[in-house]
Design a protein around this ligand. Sequence first.
Ligand code: NAP
Length: 336
Amino acid sequence: MSEPRHLAIAGATGAVGAEMLLCLEQRNFPVRELTLLASARSAGKTLRFRGKEIVVKELRPESFAGVDIALFSAGSGISKEFAPHAVEAGAVVIDNSSAFRMDEGVPLVVPEVNGADALQNRGIIANPNCTTIVTLMALNPLHRAFGGVKKIIASSYQAVSGSGAQGIVELEAQSKAIAAGEALPEKRVYPRQIAFNVIPQVDVFLDNGYTKEEMKMHFEGRKILHAPDLVASVTCVRVPVYRSHAVAVTAQFADEPSIEAAREAIEAAPGVHLMDDISAAPALYPTPLDATDGDDCLVGRLRRDLVLEKALTFWVVGDQVRKGAALNAVQIAELL
Ligand code: NAP
């Protein structure tokens, strides 16, 4: 066991922050001291860690004195403002936001895919976008097995907890109002009704007609897989599911893939589990409920693609609060 560290969590009271506490505890991470930080609204609240109540403090520039590793999950504006203070104080920052992901000199890391990159950091390591992490967990073993991935066409089915705690509040409030025959409460998180509906927009639209979220798979995928020519066409969809993102992926490779070799590659990869037997009754494939609260990304519906040559189509599901954010960050901390 390595030397116990002083950790800080900026955004400790949020959906990802709470999961980080859980992951650190469950994985028995060697923590000497834990500093919990959030906005002034939460200062004075307590959160439980290893049987002890820890008081949450307001995040301030001077919050990082003596901190070895600072986990940030309070949005990109907060990361941009406060991560440099943490680095200046001598901490390594592992950032969950999109603030630094594409910056040169900032490793963008999924430990099972490119863990070694984390060691090239200059004080900041970025955690990738959650949909990208879930997709790459299944794609990486195939990328290695079939000479490199060339093109991806994907559609995501993204849970409301991906929008933070307020996403869940909005889905619940709308569902209750509809069940009671009442008028919908004012929309605060999503541009359309999310209860009993799906919304083909996650994040803002860009000039090319894709959303910012959709382009993350393209740019972040290139960086993480070290595949500068990778092209991804993605449609991200918000669905009325509490937790765990699902992605339907078609991927084209340099070499001819076979289903048998693909199954073997996925089964041998850490952090991914094949749940794929359409001959079973009922047919076996993963749903968001199967992945929720678990560490592994689950893969099913693996088949040869009928449209593209040298291509496979599959379905992957992962808990985006956990592997898509908190667990991935804690695994990066473990690498350090
Ligand atoms: P959240 O539930 O809304 O939590 C936000 C956290 O940020 C809270 O702890 C909040 O503290 C804190 N915060 C907000 N304003 C602050 C300020 N001015 N100063 C200090 N702290 C402040 O959001 P989340 O879902 O946990 O997401 C956090 C980050 O992780 C975001 O960058 C998000 O993009 C990223 N992420 C989220 C997911 C996901 O599935 N949810 C997945 C991957 C990445 P208060 O409680 O005091 O307001």
